[in-house]
Design a protein around this ligand. Structure first.
Ligand code: 6AU
Length: 270
């Protein structure tokens, strides 16, 4: 695992252009914060994306009731202006043939604007093969700017993504490092020895279920703080309601950024 290395070092060692860019953004903005913008109209969504505190902006684009060309153009422009990547939390899960059409084209045109998309491997590795093929097609022009995260663990009470299922997810990422850049998980995964920085592998860990003011919600969500998640191996921490639902979302974003980044610095100091 590379989890003991700074984002600067990981960006330098990694050969994947998107992962390099991800760590470069973290280092430049001193942030490993991902905001989960589970908002339901284009205006609120774009408004939420402005500001200096995030490295990645996570969308659930199917929640946006007025989704249109303006949503797509707005997201693209703000991501350039404010230097962050866009992560569509689509949780693709179907057979390979279907997910290709859900990812590329369709009504949401996810491949056109989302740098990162997550998926579940409940149906086996056909989905991994299908999405890898899609971005490696010579006609697809964004190849170096696209990557996928396998949802290897979940934060909701009673979830089934544990044990041998999680281990299978690690095997699948290992087989396709050019397209599968890491995991949504609650801990460092794939480590033989957690501090072994000598292997070429570098899985990026995104951890969700992050909130500084609450332990969970009434529908099974379970929370920990940014710092606690980083200590368990998160490289990036994903927070939604804890930020956009706060009385002062800008102050909240700042506090989450600081908590996550301080813990990351602490973990990676030599
Ligand atoms: O901070 P919250 O609880 O308001 O939002 C958490 C966000 C939501 C979930 O759909 C998502 O994180 N999520 C995921 C992801 C990112 O894949 C996995 C999971 O296990 N738990 C979880 O909450 O947008």
């Amino acid at each position: 695992s590379k989890s003991s290395l700074t984002s600067a070092k990981r960006g330098e060692l990694n050969t994947h252009p998107l992962v390099k860019r991800l760590f470069d953004i973290a280092e430049t903005k001193l942030s490993n914060l991902v905001i989960s913008a589970d908002l339901t109209d284009t205006r609120s969504l774009l408004e939420c994306a402005r500001g200096p505190y995030i490295a990645v902006f996570k969308t659930h684009i199917d929640l946006v009731s007025d989704f249109s060309e303006d949503t797509v153009q707005g997201l693209k422009e703000i991501s350039k202006e404010h230097n962050f990547l866009i992560f569509e939390d689509r949780k693709l899960v179907d057979i390979g043939h279907t997910v290709q059409k859900q990812y590329h084209g369709g009504s949401l045109r996810i491949s056109e604007w989302a740098h990162i998309v997550n998926l579940s491997v409940l149906g086996g590795d056909g989905i991994v093969e299908a999405l890898t093929q899609t971005i490696e097609d010579p006609g697809f022009t964004h190849r170096d700017e696209r990557g996928f995260l396998i949802l290897a663990e979940m934060t909701s009470r009673g979830n089934l993504a544990t044990g041998s299922y999680t281990e299978k997810c690690v095997e699948m990422v290992r087989k396709c490092p050019r397209s599968m850049i890491g995991f949504v998980a609650t801990q460092a995964l794939g480590d033989v020895a957690p501090s072994d920085a000598s292997s070429d592998e570098d899985f990026v860990i995104f951890t969700t279920g992050i909130n500084m003011a609450s332990k969970g919600d009434k529908l099974g969500q379970q929370y920990q703080t940014p710092a606690a998640a980083v200590r368990r191996g998160a490289d990036f921490v994903i927070a939604g309601r804890g930020i956009y639902g706060a009385a002062d979302p800008v102050e909240a974003a700042k506090a989450y950024q600081k908590d996550g980044w301080d813990a990351y610095r602490e973990r990676t100091k030599s």
